[in-house]
Each structure stands twice: as structure tokens, then as C-alpha cells.
Write a protein that binds this ligand. Structure first.
Ligand code: EZ4
Ligand code: CO
Length: 409
């Protein structure tokens, strides 16, 4: 079965998505997600200008060979643009292969290891009453695990707080990237955050009891010793995980955090290869791998990464914000269902407009996701609907400290 077309579709139903559609001479099509939030067009060009021509005439069944060919023949290795492009090809080819087999993709990955995929949702509030309402709303929607993000007294705009007004005056619910000509500026003060956050978790535990799994995202903003202090301070509230406590390009920094706290650690949404995890996994410095299928070379590479993690009892926590398209989300769900070392899946719902462009067959019932049993990924792209929403420039915000210094966002 030969590849005869590889089309890149950029569409913006409420937010930008880059989708690769591969077509074979047998008329089978496959979809892959190549969305890189705020840098979408660079991946679209990488695919259109440099990858699509190489795919013509290749055997669609040779997924591993195509992955190795794209990774090694570029000479320049790794990086988010390259790895998102390779991921899109990889996932589209798995979609094709599973459709050709007449099976949902998870069957080709070894079949289901569980009946459902535990998902966590994003609750947030500017103060405790707003946060409690948000948690209750998520519980009503069926979520059984909840990420908690909060405003901090003295800071005007903090990542992850839905009701805080954004640069465009919209709520921050679905997406932090904003359709503004320049990245929006937010502010940050680590000492204020470290003082405030434990009191919020204490209040949430008092209100909702000891059972509910609670998560928190530090979004790369702390130094190792600050992260150690936060991890220790949160121990009484029994977090499911503390995410991205430091900018973890320096993997060795996590040794220090780990020595000080038993709060479980999750890292990796901005990583793109297994090499970014080498020390973290081998020295058991983390508990959950946060990579997205979309940004880490697709199903083929994620499977290897998660198998490596499994040897160290490290589990999956696949990245699933709205900037992962429904195609990338479906790929994650098939993998989640099949692997043994599944931990939890992030699930931030897409907007109704995005769901018009991407017709999905996954389900969310009583806190558990399931990819469904359609052949392939189970996602269809409505290209006419996609064409109605052309690309719109959008940027993620960035942080400045009180003295004007740029800080990790
Ligand atoms: O800020 O995907 O855990 N989830 C996150 C996300 C990221 C966005 C950036 O594009 O940290 O919300
Ligand atoms: Co995160």
C-alpha cells in the first residue's frame, strides 16, 4: 500500500490546529496531529516543504522504517518542530494501518489492558469559593481526579486560572494562547506563591475529604530548592502529583528535589525525545512521564519511552490540553488503553467549534475516557468545516517578575 498524498490542513476553530492527512493508493486515509502551540506554521512548513515530498510512493505499512528515515535522514535531530512533524506522520500511518486491519488502533498495540482511562480535569479559582465551585462543577461533569490551580494574592495573572480576564478580555478557560499580535505579559512572585499554595490545598482537603486525587502544575517556575520546599509543604495534602516543579532541561536538578520530598513528581510536557528523560528515569527522579504523543515523535517513540519508564515503575501521564488536537488526543487514548504502566490522562475539553471540525468517537463516562471501537484512531476531519476557520496568529503568554526580569511562564 503506497502513500500517494500528504496534505497539511491548518485550521482555527477557536484555536489553531495543524493536521496531516495521508492518503494511500488503496484510498485509505490517516490523520496525524502536528499542533505546536504558538509556533504552528513552522511545523506546517516542515511537513509541507520537507517531509510530504519524501513520503510519496513509500509503503504506508512500514511505520518503524519511516520513523527512522525521517529522524536520521534529516541529520539535525530532536527539537519540538522536528518531533511534532515526525509524530504527525507516525500517528497518521498507525491510523492507516489500523483502518486497513479493520481494528481500533489499541488492538494493534496489544489490545486493552484496562476497561477505561482515568482522566483528570482542570479546576481553578481566583479565591476559595470560586475554586470550590469549579471543583464541584468538574465532579458533576464526571471527573474523579482534579488539577487545582489558583490565583495568588499580589499577583495579577497566573497560568491556569480560568476566570481571570485575559489580554483579549475573554475567559482563560479553554486555552492560554491568545489571539494577540504580541504575547500577553503575566506576572510572577515565587515567594508569594509558596506562601499561599499550601493553604489552598489545606482548604480543598478540608472541603472535599481525603479520597479525591488532587494534582497541581508548577509550570517550570521554581528553583530546585523552592520546588523541594513546596513538595514538602504539600505532603500533608497527599497530592497525586506535582507537575513541572522546575524547568527540567537540567535533569540533575531533580536529584535535589527528590531528596527532600515524597510528593510524586510529573515532568515532560515540553520534552520531545526519550533522551530528555534519560537521567530522570534511570535514577527514578520522577513518577510520571508527561510527554504528548503529538510532541514526542508519535506512537512509535512514546511506546519506547513508556516501556523504558516501566522498568523503573514510572507511569504515564500523557499531556492532553486543548492544544493537543482531537487527533492527538485519540492517539494518546489508544496508547493509554494498551500500555501496562498507565497512570492518568489529562483531559481538557475542546470547544464545540473544534468538535465540529474533528468528529470524534471517544467517550467520557464516570471519569473514564475510552477511544471507542471504530477502525483506526476514530477521528474524522471535516475539511469543509476546517476551511471555514483559517489560521489566526496566537501566542502563549510570558512572565515578568516585579523588577521586570523575564521569568519562566
Ligand atoms: O500550558 O499546553 O499541563 N498542562 C499544561 C498546558 C500548557 C499548554 C501550553 O501550550 O501545562 O496547559
Ligand atoms: Co503542565
Amino acid at each position: 500500500m503506497k502513500i500517494v498524498a500528504a496534505d497539511v490542513i491548518v485550521s482555527s476553530p477557536d484555536r489553531n490546529f495543524v493536521t496531516l492527512k495521508i492518503t494511500t493508493d488503496e484510498g485509505i486515509t490517516g490523520l496525524g496531529d502536528a499542533t505546536l502551540n504558538g509556533r504552528e506554521l513552522s511545523v506546517a512548513s516542515y511537513l509541507r516543504d520537507h517531509v510530504a515530498p519524501l513520503l510519496m510512493g513509500r509503503d504506508a505499512h512500514r511505520i518503524e522504517d519511516t520513523w527512522q528515515f525521517l529522524y536520521r535522514s534529516a541529520y539535525w535531530r530532536r527539537g519540538p518542530v522536528t518531533m511534532a512533524a515526525i509524530a504527525a506522520v507516525d500517528v497518521a500511518l498507525w491510523d492507516v494501518k489500523a483502518k486497513a486491519a479493520g481494528m481500533p488502533l489499541y488492538q494493534l498495540l496489544g489490545g486493552a489492558s484496562r476497561t477505561g482511562i482515568m482522566a483528570y480535569g482542570h479546576a481553578s479559582g481566583r479565591d476559595l469559593p470560586e475554586l470550590f465551585d469549579s471543583i464541584r462543577r468538574h465532579l458533576d461533569e464526571g471527573f474523579r481526579s482534579i488539577r487545582v490551580q489558583t490565583s495568588v494574592p499580589g499577583i495579577n495573572a497566573v497560568y491556569g486560572v480560568a476566570a481571570q480576564p485575559s489580554a483579549t478580555g475573554q475567559r482563560y478557560d479553554y486555552e492560554p494562547a491568545q489571539r494577540t499580535p504580541l504575547p500577553a505579559e503575566e506576572d510572577w512572585d515565587t515567594r508569594a506563591y509558596l506562601r499561599h499554595l499550601p493553604s489552598v490545598f489545606e482548604a480543598v482537603r478540608n472541603e472535599f475529604g481525603p479520597e479525591l486525587p488532587l494534582l497541581h502544575d508548577g509550570h517550570h517556575r521554581m528553583t530546585p530548592i523552592q520546588a523541594a520546599k513546596l513538595g514538602k509543604a504539600l505532603e500533608p495534602y497527599d497530592l497525586f502529583w506535582l507537575e513541572d516543579c522546575t524547568p527540567a532541561e537540567n535533569q540533575e536538578a531533580l536529584r535535589l528535589v527528590r531528596q527532600h520530598t515524597t510528593t510524586p513528581l510529573a515532568i515532560g510536557e515540553v520534552f520531545n525525545t526519550v533522551w530528555d528523560y534519560q537521567t530522570l528515569i534511570r535514577e527514578q527522579l520522577i513518577d510520571y512521564v508527561r510527554s504528548a504523543v503529538t510532541h514526542t515523535g508519535g506512537i512509535t517513540a512514546m511506546r519506547k519511552l513508556l516501556d523504558f519508564a516501566a522498568q523503573y515503575q514510572i507511569k504515564s501521564g500523557i499531556h492532553g490540553p486543548t492544544d493537543i488536537s482531537p487527533v492527538g488526543m485519540a492517539a494518546a487514548l489508544h496508547l493509554d488503553l494498551a500500555i501496562h504502566n498507565f497512570g492518568i490522562q489529562e483531559y481538557m475539553k475542546h470547544t464545540p467549534l473544534a468538535n465540529e471540525v474533528f468528529r470524534q468517537s471517544f467517550t467520557f463516562t464516570d471519569g473514564y475516557l475510552h477511544p471507542g471501537d471504530q477502525p483506526g484512531l476514530g477521528v474524522e476531519l471535516d475539511e469543509e468545516a476546517a476551511a471555514r476557520f483559517p489560521y489566526e496568529p496566537a501566542y502563549l503568554p510570558f512572565n515578568r517578575l516585579k523588577d521586570g526580569t523575564v521569568h519562566d511562564w
